[in-house]
Design a protein around this ligand. Sequence first.
Ligand SMILES: Cc1cc2nc3c(=O)[nH]c(=O)nc-3n(C[C@H](O)[C@H](O)[C@H](O)COP(=O)(O)OP(=O)(O)OC[C@H]3O[C@@H](n4cnc5c(N)ncnc54)[C@H](O)[C@@H]3O)c2cc1C
Length: 360
Amino acid sequence: MVVGAGIAGMTIAVELARRGARVQVIADPSRSPTTPVAAGMLAPAAETDFGEDLLVRLEQDARTAWEALAATLERNGDTDVLFEVRGSLVAAQTPGDLDHLRRMVDLQRRFGMTASLLGARDLVDLEPALSSHLAGGALLPDDAQVDNRRALAAYDTWAAKLGIERIEAAVRAVHPDAVELADTSRLQADTVVVAAGSWLRDLVEVALQPVRGVTIRGTLPVGLAPRHCLRGELRGRRVYIVPRASHEIVIGATSDEAPLTDRDPRARDLLDLLDDARTLAPAMGELAVTDVSVGFRPATPDNLPIVGRGDDGVWVHGGHYRHGILLAPFTATLLADAIVGDGVDPRLAALSPTRLRSRA
Ligand SMILES: Cc1cc2nc3c(=O)[nH]c(=O)nc-3n(C[C@H](O)[C@H](O)[C@H](O)COP(=O)(O)OP(=O)(O)OC[C@H]3O[C@@H](n4cnc5c(N)ncnc54)[C@H](O)[C@@H]3O)c2cc1C
C-alpha cells in the first residue's frame, strides 16, 4: 500500500509492481500534489552546492538514470515526456556574481561535471534571448529537463497497466500492516509506504518543513524562446526560465515558508518572478500566461531525501525538497530493492527516516 500519488508515490508504486508486488495507491484528492507545479529541471550541475557531496552524487546518478528511464516511461506510459538535454546557462548580473560562478564551476568540475565560464559577449552569442547587460555566465551542458506533468501522467498510465489499484481517500494514520482512513475504516496491507509529500509529517514522525513555491507557465511568439534553461540570482532571489519542445515556457520559482493551506499566489510573487525573468531575458514580457500554480517542497533539515523504514516499521519515500522530479525515480529503485529484499544500497543508511525522528 502506497500513500500518495505524486512523483514519490507513483515511482515507488511502479517499482514495487515491476518487482512482482500487488500494489494499491491511496491519495487524498483534496491535497493537491506539488509534482505538477514543478518546472521539471533535472539539473545536478546547476544545483551543486558546497558541503552537499552525498546529495550531489545522488543527483548525478539520478540524472544518468533519467536517460534510460525517459524511454521506458514513454513506452509504458504512452506519452512523450519531453526529456531534453538543453543544458543550464547560469547568468551573473555583476562582476561579484561572476566571481561566485567561477567558484561554482571549480566545484562542479571537482564532481566530474562539464562546466565553463563565459564572458558577457560569449554569453549573448550563445543565447541571444539573454539580456546584453549581464556580466557573464556559466554553461552546464549536461543538465536536462522533463515535462513533469506529462511524466506524472505517464506514470499513472504505466501504473494502471501494471494493475496498480488507485483509491481516492484521506489517510489519518499509518501502521506497518494497515492504514486508517478519515472515515475510520482500516485497510490491511503487507507493507505500507508513505509518500505524502509535504503532508508526510502528519503521518510519520519526521522533521520536515514545507517550502512554498510558485511557477508561471505560458508561451512565447516563435523565435523569442531561449534555447537553454536559463538561471540567475537577481536581487537575492533565484529565477529560472525553462523552455520546452512543446513551446511551453516555465518561469520559477518563489520560495517561502507558509501553511499548506496557503494556495493562492500573491501579487508580489508574480511581480517578482516576471520582473526577474524579464531582467534575465527581455522577451519574457511577451509571455502569454496560461497557468500559475503553487506547491510545497518537502524540505528536510539536511536537504537529503527520506528513504527507508522508520522505527515503527512504516516505510517512507519523500522529503525530496527541490529535487523530487530528478531524484524520486532513482530513490524509488533503491527503496523497492530494499523492500523486496534485493539488496540494500549503502547510501540508504544516510537517508533513513530514523535520522529525523522529531517532528518539525
Ligand atoms: C515551485 C516548485 C518548483 C520545483 N521545481 C522542481 C524541478 O525543477 N525539478 C525537481 O526535481 N523538483 C522540483 N520541485 C520539487 C518537486 O516538485 C517535489 O520534490 C516533488 O514534487 C514532491 O513529490 P511528492 O510525491 O513527494 O509530493 P506531492 O507531489 O505533493 O504528492 C503528495 C501526495 O500525497 C497525497 N497525500 C498527502 N497526504 C495524504 C493523506 N493524509 N492521505 C492520502 N493522501 C495524502 C497527496 O494527495 C498527493 O497525492 C519543485 C517544487 C516546487 C514547489
